[in-house]
Design a binder for this molecule. Sequence first.
Ligand SMILES: Cc1cc2nc3c(=O)[nH]c(=O)nc-3n(C[C@H](O)[C@H](O)[C@H](O)COP(=O)(O)OP(=O)(O)OC[C@H]3O[C@@H](n4cnc5c(N)ncnc54)[C@H](O)[C@@H]3O)c2cc1C
Ligand code: FES
Length: 501
Amino acid sequence: MNANDLPGEGASLWLETTEETDYGSLETGVDVDVAIVGGGIAGLSTAAELMDSEKTVAVLEADRVCSGVTARTTAKLTSQHGLKYDRIRSRFGRERARQYAAANEAAIETVAERATTIDCDFRRRPAYTYVSDENDRKDVRREVDAARSVGLPASFVEEVPTVSDAVAGVRFDDQAQFHPRKYLLGVAEEIAAGGCDIFEGTRVTDVRPGSPCEVETEGGTVTATDVVLASHFPILDPAGYFARNYPKRSYVLAVRTRDPKPEGMFYRSGEPYFSVRQHETEGESFLLVGGQNHKTGQGGSTADRYRALEREARRRFDVEEVAYRWSTQDYRSVDGMPFVGRAAPWRKHVYVATGFGGWGMSGGIAAGRVLAEEIAGDGSEWADAFDPGRLPPLSDLPSLAGENANVGKRFVEDWVSKPSKAGASLARGEARVVREDGTPVAEYRDDGGERHRVSAVCPHLKCVVAWNDAEKSWDCPCHGSRFDYDGTLLGGPAVRDLQKE
Ligand SMILES: Cc1cc2nc3c(=O)[nH]c(=O)nc-3n(C[C@H](O)[C@H](O)[C@H](O)COP(=O)(O)OP(=O)(O)OC[C@H]3O[C@@H](n4cnc5c(N)ncnc54)[C@H](O)[C@@H]3O)c2cc1C
Ligand code: FES
């Protein structure tokens, strides 16, 4: 089957139902109190929280605000993040679980409050995480106990609406869903009106910590007392985030169904997860189904992932049509907690927000509050739960070692494996890695017949990239950098394009 023959239109529902923004680019140097790199949910939420302070703020966005991962999420706004609280409690203790719960519950209320003035399809819904294996029932019981012990509205359920294969689940009440772009474009308007500078089409190329910090962009240098790296993966990595955070891609379909759509948010825990929720926008109702997650660059055919997701959607619902499909990736820390706070103990004025592990809607909003309070010098009551300087608990050391061993294995195997023979013919729409003079070269022949050749060596730490047939990109299996078929950088840790051949 051809990789072009995929279900639905390749576009995110959130981007399709909102206007493109048009904030200008930075054209000359500016001086602000706080420079925020990245205009996704973490960056814009930080800017919004800082509006109550006296500080001058600039958001520097390489592309358009809310056009990255946040534009391709499923936008469940919950403190329920799979089976999370028992894990936090056993690894870090009840107090950190309480902080994590409180920060994410507060994020829901932040959106609820703003939704009185920003039309963002905000709806209160219960959230369910369920298991389909009888052996996992005890995990659900422990999760309910852990969640309730930190004040969350959790209950144990034997049945989950519309899910026939659930054997047990945890239900959280008073959770929410929203339209992330309607919400964040509204936030951007509000903060711009309040004096925050938003620069789009302004890629940050370097950050030099100091007093003040210097933030280099293509349009000029920004000097700032404090810098927030909210670029999804931090573009400056002083504390080895690439080795403590690993990227996972997953896939979403927005489908039209004949049967009534379930009013709730549903998540089957485990690998791969399966997620469902309804969304009504612009007079149309969709069911969003998500899943098929895998480590970036290590999932085989990504086109097959969409097909598998469509099969699962059709098996469970009376699908009339797949309207849209999209995919994106999020970084997950080895211990499952985000990194939000000072980027490194020795970098007093540089902050990060990363590692949301697939739950950065409430996580990104909570990060905004934590960072604004830290920058204001007040300290945040939730800081410990998100502390980027924490040591992983002993029980997580094997998975830390495992993730890094996986990277090492990919590095070695991909360099020594026998790639396809250079010179052999390459059909339209096909891609491969060949070896020329010992160096891997990535080749793709587009549908028009033009051949694109770039180095297959990722500029970050020199792993060999892998073809993503659905998105027509080269994805790095080590730490998740992505490049367009012509080598243009789509997302870091790498900060440069693949070299043209
Ligand atoms: C398929 C999928 C579904 C998900 N569903 C949910 C969900 O239902 N609920 C939930 O809570 N979470 C969900 N998540 C997770 C959530 O979407 C993310 O955690 C969150 O969007 C991350 O936001 P961010 O602001 O960190 O990143 P982004 O939204 O990617 O923002 C970062 C911004 O930085 C910019 N940038 C990057 N480099 C530079 C640079 N050098 N200079 C300037 N700008 C730069 C980018 O262009 C981008 O706009 C999901 C994740 C996936 C993969
Ligand atoms: S992202 Fe690290 S080597 Fe490619």
